[in-house]
Design a protein around this ligand. Structure first.
Ligand code: EPU
Length: 427
């Protein structure tokens, strides 16, 4: 089935939008639930299909999972005895399935998981995940596309030093260390708000973690953890996408449930482009909100993507789209993914002037873009192309809408509510 967004550009976006919980947290919180026998409830879960894939992974491990998509609830009943295999048909669909490794080794002493492979944005290895789990006592072999790990003598605390603050590897190290014997230290840990969210849930479950939100974590292993009810942290990437949509359309959007402290650099960059940002606004619904307003054409800015608190790679395509219609030129440097500039060639189909050289993209702003069919290659590229379509003359068809659905619940509906002319064309 061909799934596309049909966008007619030229409308100023105005109004209120509410951000749900973060995809990249909710999926991992589901993996966290494996660490405690009994019923865990995750609230504020986003209404996206990836959570069904994670649910199915948990069901195959022996859990019962009930999900209410409208209420944003996921209830996971975890049995005493778990299976430890995660199959390729599911793992290939979501990178977040790698977060099952730590909990499964900790709970069952073993894991068999399909190697996730690469994807449209890069090669995405798991070497750092394996190194961290090996330091804690796991041994790995690889066979027929699967990683097999066992921890014959159980897990022991260790000192883990990452060369690079990998989000997934930090998560796996934490998820295994909370039930390991003794103390684990993690140096150069990733400190994304989604990792702090996982750690806060673990602490509520009875784990001992110091340094949450910093790059040095100290974990004292405990015998067992108890299930909890936990609210997913708001999605800073979705919030940032709405903020960029306000700027690109010279609009005025109240973003409810956005945590401005998780978006500091993003909001600063948008201000540098000319936006007026109110971090403590109150929406017309009387709810706290981040308000982003723009008059006229943005000024181009330079952007360098880096691990948190640096500028998030997941908002890089939106910044290229913004620079594409800005006055002046901006240099965008991508440090996380080698293939994330693939979408630039699609943006060029709309008339953008972007030159890439290695991990740099020089974007020279043009007066206007002109609508054309384009192809989304991943979630964020798709969102960036839709944003470009909002200001392109005529109609832009963004194929590969299913990628966008993975990160943005009801994207077209939300855009329409803000005044955009966007339709889904599935057929
Ligand atoms: N890397 C390795 N080896 C490893 C681990 C990572 O080479 O063992 C490399 C990756 O190939 C990549 C870089 O390090 O080039 C960053 O990887 P990291 O582990 O930090 O990221 P991730 O856990 O794979 C999560 C998000 C991504 C987000 C990144 C960076 C999930 C499911 N995914 O990925 O989100 O871009 O952190 O913030 O949490 C998205 O939502 O669209 C998305 C891609």
């Amino acid at each position: 089935m061909v799934q596309a967004f049909k966008v007619r550009g030229g409308h100023r976006l105005q109004g209120v939008v509410t951000v749900s919980g973060a995809k990249n947290s909710a999926l991992k919180l589901m993996a966290v639930s494996l660490l405690a026998v009994g019923e865990t409830t995750i609230t504020h879960a986003p209404d996206i299909d990836d959570l069904d894939v994670m649910s199915e992974l948990l069901v195959r491990l022996g859990c019962s999972v009930a999900r209410d998509r409208n209420l944003g609830l996921v209830r996971i009943d975890v049995p005493q005895s778990l299976d430890h295999r995660a199959e390729y048909d599911l793992v290939r669909q979501i990178r977040a399935s790698t977060a099952l490794m730590g909990p499964l080794i900790a709970r069952t002493g073993a894991v068999d998981i399909a190697l996730p492979g690469g994807d449209a944005i890069g090669s995405r290895g798991v070497d750092m995940h394996m190194d961290a789990l090996e330091a804690l006592g796991a041994s790995f072999t690889t066979e027929h596309g699967y990683l097999h790990a066992t921890a014959a003598n159980g897990l022991q605390g260790a000192d883990i030093v990452f060369d690079f603050p990998s989000v997934g590897a930090t998560e796996n190290a934490v998820l295994a260390a909370v039930l390991a014997k003794g103390r684990t230290t993690i140096t150069n840990a990733a400190r994304e708000p989604e990792i702090a969210d996982i750690c806060e849930m673990l602490v509520a479950m009875g784990a001992h973690i110091d340094g949450i939100g910093t790059s040095s974590l100290t974990i004292d292993g405990v015998e067992q953890l108890s299930p909890v009810v936990h609210a997913t942290v708001p999605d800073r990437i979705v919030a940032g996408t709405w903020a960029a949509a306000a700027v690109i359309t010279a609009g005025d959007i109240f973003i409810e449930n956005a945590r401005s402290e998780h978006m500091a650099l993003v909001l600063n960059k948008l201000e540098a482009m000319g936006a007026v940002v109110d971090r403590d606004a109150v929406s017309p619904n009387s709810a706290p909100a981040v308000r982003v307003r723009m008059d006229g054409r943005p000024s181009a800015v330079d952007v360098v993507t880096l691990p948190y608190p640096g500028f998030p790679t997941d908002l890089q395509p939106m910044m290229i789209a913004l620079n594409a219609i800005a006055s002046g030129a901006g240099m965008v440097t991508e440090n996380l993914y080698e293939s994330r500039f693939r979408f630039v060639h699609e943006l060029a189909r709309l008339g953008a002037d972007v030159r890439t050289d290695g991990h740099h993209a020089l974007v020279r702003g043009v007066e206007s873009l002109s609508g054309a069919p384009v192809e989304a290659t991943d979630i964020r590229a798709g969102a960036g192309l839709v944003l470009a379509g909002l200001v392109a003359e005529g109609e832009t068809t963004v194929f590969g809408a299913h990628h966008v659905d993975r990160g943005y619940a009801d994207f077209a509906e939300n855009l329409r509510r803000l005044g955009a002319d966007v339709q889904r064309a599935d057929g």
